[in-house]
Write a protein that binds this ligand. Sequence first.
Ligand code: PLP
Length: 360
Amino acid sequence: VKTRKFFKHFEPYEWETPTEAIASSIRIDPKDIFRLDTNTSPFIPVKPLYELSQKLPRMAVNQYPDTSYLKIRRALSTYCRINEDRFVMTNGADEGLDIIAKTFLDPGEEAAIISPTYSMFRIMTQIMDGKLISIKRRTDFSVDTHQVIKRTKNKTKLIFLCSPNNPTGNVMPLEDVSLLAEESKAIIAIDEAYYEFCGKSAIGLTDRHENMIIVRTFSKAFSMAGVRVGYLVASKPTIDELNKVRPPNSLSNISLELAQMALQNVESMKENVALIVSERERCLQALREIKELEAYPSDANFILFKVKNMDANLVHSRLLKKGFVLRNLANVPLVENCLRVTICTPEINGAFLDALKYVL
Ligand SMILES: Cc1ncc(COP(=O)(O)O)c(C=O)c1O
């Protein structure tokens, strides 16, 4: 089939191998596989699911959802303390990134990413036929804001930031984001998929800066990656532009119901987050005590660590054989020979740490 020209040089998203496929390749039961590679939550949101089950028999799935998504925008307005007319609902954060790229990038225009970072920024740019500029982080993973300003001063249309950043786990200080928003004429999209694990957000800056867009999701802290709900926050004029591009019906009645229930019970999300954060600190300590590793601090629900005197690919594959799936970043510049592990329940984290020590 004849595809668009950009396909010639396009590296698609590296899809995670399905659990069933991993299980059959190493001949173990799928229930003994622990997905520590997707930064999702180990907790199933039982209460919202149960409440949904009560509502399901009478749910008007014969009708489209309210395409203005007013009810959930009202609930988000309370959660984020931002007016309800400043949200665009999306099918996960990924659709939010897609809508941003489609709204602002003309073919050939520049979009900047600060590497290493979430791969969908590159993918959305390339699909729009945009020109990707990759600016390297410092060796401590911080963003050299002055360099970003310098390199994006004239032509760059869109800058993707990620805070906390996947895969490095660090946040970008608010002063730096603010400086960038002031100095740059570009649209600044900040992916805050992991916001709840650190509580540090640039959302307040959208009051003052029309060029700023916050990208959020229910996939991580709210334990609803399979539900597919995300949202964008920006100033009203920017929201009006994004609304021209977003599809009218990309969220289902069922997803909306679940996300609304999650917002009625924010305390439960906060309890889960508190447990993950305390486990994160415990795991960081434990990883730092292993002399073959260098583990980096994290503000998210995962930890990045470097394997010092051994090939990380080997550590990755040996852990896999024991049922622990990690994200392998061994060949990614600046995080060479690194692996990324999602923080899970105390029991699974403990089992992972034991397996890692054994493998090393
Ligand atoms: C930084 C970042 N943004 C967005 C996503 C995807 O979020 P969603 O499930 O809401 O599409 C991920 C998933 O890992 C992520 O790490």
